[in-house]
Structures are given as C-alpha cells and as structure tokens.
Design a protein around this ligand. Sequence first.
Ligand code: SAM
Length: 247
Amino acid sequence: MNNQLKRVNPKNIDVISAEWDCLCARRQETIEQGKDISLSFVTSPCILGEIKREHPDSVLDVGCGTGYLTSLLAKRTKRCVGIDMSAESIHIAKQRYGESGASFITTTIEQYRTIEKFDICVANMVFSSDPDWIESICVIRKLLKDSGKLFVMLPHPVLWPKYWGFQEAEWFHYNKEIFIEHNFSVSLVKSMGIATYIHRPLASYINGLLVNGFRLEQVIEPYPIKCTPIEYKYDYPRFLFIKSRRK
Ligand SMILES: C[S@@+](CC[C@H](N)C(=O)[O-])C[C@H]1O[C@@H](n2cnc3c(N)ncnc32)[C@H](O)[C@@H]1O
C-alpha cells in the first residue's frame, strides 16, 4: 500500500479548500507540462465527447480548479462559467484561461447565487473532494434548466481503492464514507502536497442522484483516447462518468 495514505476524521469544506489553495499552482504546472495524463487523455475527452453529443448553449463547470477543462468547454459553448471554492485556483484560472471566453468565480457550489440557468453542469473529480456533496447536487439541480443535465466524473469508487492500494487496509470499509489524506499525485508526478480523498460506495453516488431529483441516463467507464506515454498504466477503468438528467 502507498504508505502516505491514511484515514483521517471528516474535514469541513474550509479545510479542504485550503488544501486546494496550497496545491493548485503545482497542479497547474503539471497540467501545462502535459503530465496529467488522466485529465488530458481520459476524463476531459470523455466529458468533451458527451458535450459534443448534447451541444449545450451553456455550461457550468463546478469545482473547476485552475480551469483547464473549463477553457475547453468554453470553446464548445456560447456561455461557460467555472466556479471553485479555492480562491488560488480561480486566480490561476483567470490568469491562464481568462481569454478563453469562460468566466471564473470564487465560490462554493452551495453559496453560488445567480438567476442564470444552465443546460449542463459538469463536475469533474469534484465530489470526491466535497464533504457536502448532497447539498451541492441539490444546489446544482436548481441551477439547471428544466431538462438540464449533470455530468459527474469520479475516481471509480469500486476500483480506486485497488488502484491506490488501500483496498486491503484494516481501516478501509468499502460501504462507509471515509476521508483519506494523501500526498496528491497525478499520472506522472508524485507528491504535490496534502489532499483529501473522500471514499463513498458506488451506491451512495447513484442513490444520492436518484433521491435528489435526477434520473440516470448513462454510465461510462472511460479509457484513454489515444496512445499514452509508456509509463502510464491503465489496465482497468479507474474513473466513472455518470450522466443524469434533472427530473
Ligand atoms: C480534483 S480537483 C478537480 C478540479 C477540476 N475539476 C479538474 O478537473 O481539474 C477538485 C476541485 O473541486 C473543488 N471543490 C470541491 N468541493 C467544492 C465545492 N463544494 N464548491 C466549490 N468547489 C469545490 C476543489 O476546490 C478543487 O479545486
């Protein structure tokens, strides 16, 4: 097992936001160096492919981080807004992708207030960092047009524990919500700083959506779109995409 992983007590949104404030500059560097292979070859292409299929006018990218995916969404839509609770992340997003056509706002999902309604909300790798994810999807539902859709990408709840090697840890129980502190790494860069991964069983995510006003439309276990660097191993799906529609 990766010995930098440990179970911790639940953290609140301010603590997790501060972790992203510390991490985001380093993470943006790795994105720009082309070292976040999962983001550029697996998760973003899957989301962008589905955006192309739906051709929405407006997209809200919740938990947009430093704005890499938001800027790509902006190219394909008339109106694109990225929000994130990490002020540092939004600062970088504005600097780096301010010209992309996307607007960026520092706010938690829960506190985001607007009269605007969106065709699609995207949450790429967000709910596994969000202690209040149910509150977040209730707010997102209100931000969507009547038949608007929510695109959720998650670390695969069933296979992420195997990938990170904590499946066998004595503190790990698949069917519980568990906060796991780790040294944040992406595909080709390790140990960027402290981050918190919140494990929830797959059923929590599915039922959370169903009970809070969404109808499931599609599930994808994405694979990389094209040849990835030799060091990048992807033997089984470690991400999960869930498309749901507002009921
Ligand atoms: C793993 S990063 C993903 C960033 C981006 N979506 C991407 O694909 O690169 C998770 C992001 O979600 C943000 N986040 C988590 N919960 C949030 C919430 N409730 N409101 C706003 N941002 C949130 C964090 O601040 C962090 O920037």
